[in-house]
Design a protein around this ligand. Structure first.
Ligand SMILES: *Cc1c(COP(=O)(O)O)cnc(C)c1O
Length: 416
């Protein structure tokens, strides 16, 4: 591996080897991360990185598009088929860029947009104030029901009636329950708003049939391709036929120049993988693993926000353990359990050192781990939490983590 880099750039070569090892030897619980297949990596490193293709298939601004047109068309057709969409744009560089493109397609600067507030699990690009989406638009933000820590659709409807937003965003980055996209669609319709669903985290579950699909109930849907969907870092926008032109125009020339054709090639490959039966099994196992992990953690006395999970993600409230998220996340990382600290709903602590930790099962499930290993992970998690100051205990846990990881190598291929 990396033979040519080895020959010409020792610094980067050594770092790549170390990162390969880190990814192999640690339990990756960051819910937005995954492992792609070798096929997806090959596509990402292919000669398509050398090509400029501004425009869309059959309507390019550069010559030499004999192959790119075919590849992009395959990616588009696979995306449409997998999610049942009329139209797909596979060019957005990443999820954030896709979202900004969506707002510019469906709203004017200064118009009102409405999304889930970041401290309650919304993404930065759902109108949070430090993001351009909160600066260039008049963003109003809904929160979760304080008792259940779940979406309160009646409250969202009330807010929509009051503020008459141009765009209502459904979807989240740290929310562990099924989202009722049909209801979001009905609310948007009632107030004359566009329903924009951002399914970045759960796209793989949706492709696998393990979470309801927003496509029938949304005017427009964005997703990253690198989270549970298990593709390269990139994004897509799906929409109804009537919005196809405005979406394409908002991405190019509105937001971007030349598309990253190597990424689009890898998206095509990943979408091919996501249409297989084995991917359906994968998506269902991700959900089963998360449910089991949450269950076990609760048995160890961990406080899980909303009392469990319906998807791939678990949000933990550490206040009952007398700890803040960052401290535990760092101790876990020393033991080879990689998580991220996160705000919890109504968090009394500061966002840079919040009260929660966010974990998820897409990556460990890709490595073939099942319920039994979730029990082991919960035990290790508990061990580290009980011994955050004890270097020996953490080193001991790290040994067990390595052992578990050695039994579940990162797979090369997902297609038999
Ligand atoms: C990850 C994520 C994004 C942003 O994707 P990037 O590729 O990191 O820009 C947008 N929305 C949601 C809901 C996400 O989870």
């Amino acid at each position: 591996m990396y033979r040519d880099i080895q020959r010409q750039d020792q610094n980067i070569y050594q770092l790549l080897l170390q990162e390969e090892k880190r990814q192999q030897d640690s339990i990756r619980l960051i819910p937005s991360e995954n492992y792609v297949s070798k096929a997806v990596r090959e596509a990402t490193g292919s000669c398509l990185t050398n090509k400029y293709s501004e425009g869309y298939p059959q309507k390019r601004y550069y010559e030499g598009q004999q192959i790119t047109d075919q590849i992009e068309t395959i990616a588009i057709e696979r995306a449409k088929k997998l999610f049942g969409a009329d139209h797909a744009c596979v060019q957005p560089y990443s999820g954030s860029v896709a979202n900004v493109a969506v707002y510019t397609a469906f709203a004017e600067p200064g118009d009102t947009i409405m999304g889930l507030a970041l401290p309650f699990g919304g993404h930065l690009t759902h109108g949070w104030k430090v993001s351009v989406t909160g600066k260039f638009f008049n963003a109003v933000q809904y929160e979760l029901d304080p008792d259940s820590d779940r979406l309160d659709y009646d409250a969202i409807e009330k807010m929509a009636i009051q503020h008459k937003p141009k765009v209502i965003v459904s979807g989240a980055t740290a929310y562990s329950r099924i989202i009722d996209f049909e209801r979001f669609g009905a609310i948007a319709k009632k107030v004359g708003a566009f329903h924009f669903c951002d399914m970045a985290h759960i796209a793989g579950l949706i492709a696998a049939g393990a979470h309801p699909n927003p496509v029938p109930y949304a005017d427009v849907v964005s997703t990253t391709t690198h989270k549970s969907l298990r593709g390269p870092r990139g994004a897509m926008i799906l929409c109804k036929e009537e919005h196809a032109k405005r979406v394409n125009k908002a991405v190019f020339p509105g937001m971007q120049g030349g598309p990253h054709m190597h990424t689009i090639t890898a998206i095509a490959v990943a979408l091919g993988e996501a249409s297989t039966d084995s991917f359906k099994q994968y998506g269902r196992q991700v959900v089963k693993n998360a449910a089991r992990l949450a269950q076990k953690l609760m048995e160890f006395g961990f406080d899980i926000v909303s009392g469990g999970t319906d998807n791939h993600l678990i949000l933990m409230d550490l206040r009952s353990k007398g700890m803040l998220g960052k401290k535990l996340a760092k101790a876990l990382d020393s033991a080879g359990i990689v998580t991220n600290y996160n705000t919890i709903p109504n968090d009394p602590a500061k966002p840079f050192n919040p009260s929660g930790i966010r974990i998820g099962t897409p990556a460990v499930t890709t490595r073939g781990m099942k319920e039994e290993q979730m029990d082991t992970i919960a035990e290790l998690f508990n061990e580290v939490t009980a011994n955050v100051e004890d270097e020996n205990a953490i080193a001991n846990a790290a040994e067990k983590v390595k052992q578990l990881c050695s039994q579940f190598p990162v797979p090369d291929s997902f297609v038999s």
